[in-house]
Write a protein that binds this ligand. Structure first.
Ligand code: NI
Length: 388
C-alpha cells in the first residue's frame, strides 16, 4: 500500500502551502502568521481548533466514530535566524529569517494529513494535530507540555517526524531507544589576576587556566563516563583579553554538551564542576560554572516504534524503512512530549539532488517531492492505530 492516492491528488496544493510558509518564516514564539495560516486551514477542513498553548501553538482535534482512543501527531512551525541564500520564487521575504530546517515542510505534511483524514474519517477515535512553536533552542514543545497539552488533549501516544538530508527520497528511518541527544549549555568564567604580560609571575593567568580546563573537560567523555556511552563536551566560545601585552583578569568560555541516556546527562555537570574547580585550585584561580539543561534525549518507546514502523512499511515498503540508523548528536524538543507520553519520532529522507544541503544551511530547502509521502505516513499511522 504505497502513497495514498487521494493525498497525491492534492500534491500541488501542498506545494503551494509549503512555498507560502517558506516565504514567510517566523522564529521562536513569534509564529503568528504561520499559526493563523495553520488554524485557518484546519478550520476550513472542518477540524476543531484550539489556540494559545505556548502562545502561538495550534492544536486541531478531529474525531471519528465512537472510539475513546486518541493519539497526537506533532509538527514544528518555527524558522531560524539565517539569511537565506537561495534565489527561487518562494525564498524568504523576512530578512535574516529562514526555514532552513524544513519545519515548513513538516507543517505542510501534517496539514495534508489533516485534510485527508477530515475528508475520509476512516478511523475510530480522536486525532490531535499538534503544531508547536519554537522547536529551535527555545523549547516550545516543553512549554506546550508545561501548559497542559496532554491534560487538555489526552493521548495514549504521540508521534513526530523530521526530514533528513542525504537520506534518499522514498526512505524513512526509525528505531527504538535514543534517536537524538540531550542538549545542555554551559558558561565558565575563570577569574585570575591581571598582570603585565612580561611579568606573568606577578598575576594569575586565567588564559593558561582556561586552556587546561578545555583539555581536561575532554576527560568527561574519555574518563568519567563509560566508553560505550556517547558524550560530547564542546567548548565553542573563548573570550578574553584586548591587547598584546596584558594578561587579562578573566576568561569567559561557553559551550554545549550532548548525551543519549538520562543518567549520563545527569553525570556531566558534576564532572565538569569537579574539573573546573580542581584545575582552578591548582593554579590559584577561581571560577563559576553555570550549567543549563535545555533538551532531554529523544527516546522512542519500543511499542510505538513498531506501530510507526508498520505504517512506514505500508507507505514506503519494508526495503525503504531503515531500522538500524545511527542516532545523531543533534537535539529535538519533541523529547519533552516523549517524556510525558510514549511515542516515536521518525526521519523522512529529504534526498540529495538539489536539496543535499544539511539542515541549517543557508542554501537548504525542503524537498517538495516528499510531501505526499510524509502526509501518507501520518494518514496510515492514524488509520492503522485507530482502526475501525
Ligand atoms: Ni528541525
Amino acid at each position: 500500500m504505497p502513497i495514498v492516492n487521494r493525498i497525491a491528488a492534492f500534491h500541488d496544493t501542498m506545494i503551494a502551502w509549503r512555498h507560502d510558509i517558506h516565504a514567510h518564516p517566523e522564529t521562536a514564539f513569534e509564529e503568528k502568521r504561520t499559526a493563523d495560516v495553520v488554524a485557518q486551514k484546519l478550520e476550513s477542513f472542518g477540524i476543531e481548533v484550539h489556540r494559545g498553548l505556548a502562545g502561538t501553538g495550534v492544536v486541531g482535534t478531529l474525531r471519528a466514530g465512537k472510539g475513546k482512543r486518541a493519539i497526537g501527531l506533532r509538527a514544528d512551525m518555527d524558522a531560524l535566524h539565517i539569511d537565506e541564500r537561495n534565489d527561487f520564487a518562494h525564498k524568504s521575504t523576512n530578512p535574516g529569517k529562514m526555514h532552513a530546517c524544513g519545519h515548513d515542510g513538516h507543517t505542510t505534511m501534517l496539514l495534508g494529513a489533516a485534510k485527508y483524514l477530515a475528508e475520509t474519517r476512516n478511523f475510530d477515535g480522536t486525532v490531535h494535530f499538534i503544531f508547536q512553536p519554537a522547536e529551535e533552542n527555545e523549547g516550545g514543545g516543553r512549554v506546550m507540555v508545561e501548559q497542559g497539552l496532554f491534560e487538555k488533549f489526552p493521548v495514549e501516544a504521540v508521534f513526530g517526524m523530521h526530514n533528513m538530508p542525504n537520506l534518499p527520497v522514498g526512505t524513512f528511518g526509525v528505531m527504538p531507544g535514543p534517536m537524538m541527544a540531550s542538549f545542555d549549555i554551559f558558561e565558565i568564567v575563570v577569574t585570575g589576576k591581571g598582570a603585565h604580560a612580561a611579568m606573568p609571575h606577578q598575576g594569575i593567568d586565567p588564559v593558561v587556566v582556561a586552556a587546561e580546563i578545555v583539555g581536561a573537560l575532554q576527560t568527561v567523555a574519555s574518563r568519567t563516563t563509560s566508553p560505550l556511552d556517547a558524550v560530547v563536551v564542546s567548548v565553542t566560545q573563548i573570550h578574553a583579553g584586548d591587547t598584546w601585552n596584558v594578561i587579562p583578569n578573566e576568561v569567559v568560555m561557553r559551550g554545549t554538551t550532548r548525551s543519549f541516556q538520562p543518567e549520563v546527562q545527569d553525570a556531566i555537570e558534576p564532572a565538569m564542576r569537579r574539573i573546573v574547580d580542581g584545575v582552578c585550585a591548582a593554579f590559584g584561580a577561581s571560577a563559576t560554572l553555570r550549567y543549563e539543561r535545555r533538551y532531554p534525549p529523544t527516546i522512542n518507546a519500543p511499542k510505538e516504534t513498531e506501530i510507526a514502523a508498520a505504517a512506514l512499511v505500508d507507505v514506503a515498503g519494508a526495503e525503504n524503512v531503515r531500522r538500524s540508523l545511527q542516532p545523531t548528536m543533534g537535539a529535538e524538543d519533541f523529547s519533552f512530549m516523549l517524556q510525558a507520553k510514549p511515542g516515536c519520532y521518525v526521519w523522512i529522507g529529504n534526498g540529495d539532488s538539489g536539496h543535499g544541503c544539511m539542515l541549517h544551511n543557508p542554501h537548504y530547502d525542503f524537498n517538495d517531492g516528499i510531501l505526499p509521502l510524509g502526509a501518507s505516513y501520518w494518514a496510515r499511522l492514524v488509520e492503522n492505530t485507530l482502526a475501525r
